[in-house]
Write a protein that binds this ligand. Structure first.
Ligand SMILES: [Ca+2]
Length: 501
């Protein structure tokens, strides 16, 4: 009797254990999206910088897929954040600092709303970065105030937020242990994960770090990390390496910032790079806190992790500082996706397939098993992770209509080339509308404009066609508010300047 009871007991144990394994295998995956602010691609060893220390981001690289040609379709905070959440280009969101808020219609199909409807527990931390309203107002300093009601857990803040934890209302309770906000976001994420697992619900956490955005105030506990490091310079560093670029590219705040932010002198360059990378080290530490917790809770095998940034950073490339412009250092950023559901040996480790910030929202929906709305410009990147040499898009735009009008331009890229059209003219100063064509594969630092080289006529024609198609899409689907309508004329290559004026 005793023996058979034992056998039945063992059998039950085996059955229930396999049921748990089965359930875990088929369980809805959790999602953690780490989003940094102003992190250039050149900030990790995986992207070619030997001087950087990012041990936890390196772990993501080891387990995930590294996207080498990932771009922000608008390379500045507010617009980029709206792109990421809605899966739509800026001319469809109508949202940028000096243009206006995101409409409620666009927000209604954002990934946070759709995942929550599908039963996910939704968390948000950090700089939300845009307002949501239909009255066209920018609602300064109210970013996130409407969105917070669409999340189950909220440690977000309006405006730029603060590196001082106690100065962020929603984060203040972490201030004693973590006085610098970067680590506090790690601690808050851990709390959210614990709450969600206790409730037995799949979760999606978006951690929008403030770092490494200015002010230059890294966590002092990491002051020693780079104190002896001398950062190398990219081949396109310095003012001379910008002389061949369109004059319009020098007409915004990016140009004086080369001097203002100290990239011109060796000592101040090193100091700027040390502090900038120290801010990223703080993010790396917070990511490490979260990874450890996932492992401890044994949910790391069912949690998809995405790491990216809202725009790049010039750090002196082409004699520029800051972001905004469509050149590589301004618009290209890291993207790493870890999907532990795919076996390591089958996973694509790195890809040169073109991807954009609009693809992140679409990918998150796909991970959650939710149909991607037809209004999305973004495509799921999961097929790329699963199949070598797979592409999900043939072209990608970069939209620049922020700041001084002189710097406004539209860019298109395909798998090899980048084409930029600068519409602005000032005949008195001999500035004319111009085009730039770069072969990103052979010339990743954009040192040779191929427009005047007859050998590249065919490629130029091809890129002009792609450009015209993009503008047609703008005309057809762009919002009719916040001043976006006029660009279908301004950016038209075939309309003369006199008619544009
Ligand atoms: Ca930013």
């Amino acid at each position: 009797m005793k023996k058979s009871t034992l056998r039945i007991g063992t059998l039950i144990l085996i059955i229930s254990a396999s049921a748990i394994v089965w359930a875990q295998k088929n369980k809805t995956p959790n999602i953690i999206f780490f989003f940094t602010d102003d992190q250039a691609y050149d900030t990790q060893k995986a992207y070619g910088n030997p001087n950087t220390k990012t041990p936890n981001m390196d772990k993501l690289v080891d387990k995930g897929t590294v996207f080498y040609r990932h771009y922000n379709t608008t390379a500045i905070c507010m617009a980029s954040r709206a792109n990421v959440m809605t899966g739509q280009y800026e001319y469809k969101t109508g949202c940028n600092f000096n243009r206006g808020a995101l409409g409620t219609k666009q927000w209604s199909t954002s990934y946070p709303i759709l995942l929550r409807q599908a039963g996910y527990r939704m968390g948000f931390g950090g700089k939300f970065g845009f307002a949501i309203s239909d009255d066209g107002s920018k609602t300064e300093n109210k970013e996130g105030e409407i969105a917070r009601h669409d999340f189950d857990f909220w440690v977000g803040g309006p405006g730029q937020t603060s590196y001082v934890t106690s100065q962020n209302k929603t984060l203040a309770k972490y201030a004693e242990k973590y006085p610098h906000s970067t680590r506090a976001y790690g601690a808050a994420t851990i709390d959210f994960i614990r709450e969600s697992t206790n409730k037995n619900k799949p979760f999606c956490m978006s951690v929008f770090f403030k770092a490494p955005h200015r002010p230059v105030k890294p966590d002092p506990i990491f002051d020693n990390i780079y104190k002896d490091t001398d950062f190398r310079k990219l081949p396109n560093y310095g003012r001379k390496a910008g002389e061949h670029l369109a004059p319009q590219s020098r007409m915004g705040r990016q140009y004086p910032r080369f001097f203002q932010w100290g990239y011109d002198k060796e000592e101040s360059y090193q100091n700027a790079l040390r502090k900038y990378n120290q801010l990223i080290y703080g993010v790396d530490y917070a990511i490490g806190m979260v990874l450890e917790e996932l492992k401890r809770l044994k949910i790391d095998n069912n949690t998809v992790i995405i790491l990216s940034s809202d725009n790049g950073y010039f750090n002196g490339s082409h004699g520029l500082g800051s972001k905004v412009l469509p050149y590589e250092e301004g618009s290209r950023v890291p993207l790493i996706i870890v999907d532990p559901r795919i076996k390591n040996d089958k996973k694509i480790k790195k890809t040169y397939a073109l991807s954009g910030n609009v693809d992140i929202g679409a990918t998150i929906l796909d991970v959650a098993g939710i149909k991607i709305p037809s209004v999305y410009d973004g495509k799921s990147l999961l097929p790329i992770i699963n199949k070598p040499n797979k592409q999900v898009r043939k072209s990608l735009p970069i939209i620049q209509v922020w700041g001084p009008k002189e710097t406004h331009c539209l860019t298109v890229m395909d798998e090899e080339y980048k084409y930029i059209y600068w519409y602005f003219q000032n005949e008195d100063e001999k500035i004319f509308a111009s085009e730039e064509l770069f072969n990103i594969k052979d010339d990743p630092y954009e040192m040779v404009n191929l427009v005047e080289q007859s050998d590249y006529n065919l490629q130029l024609t091809k890129m002009r066609i792609l450009y015209d198609e993009q503008l047609k899409h703008w005309k057809k689907e762009g919002v009719k508010r916040n001043g976006y309508e006029k660009y279908v004329v301004l950016f038209d290559r075939n309309i003369k300047w006199d008619q544009k004026k």
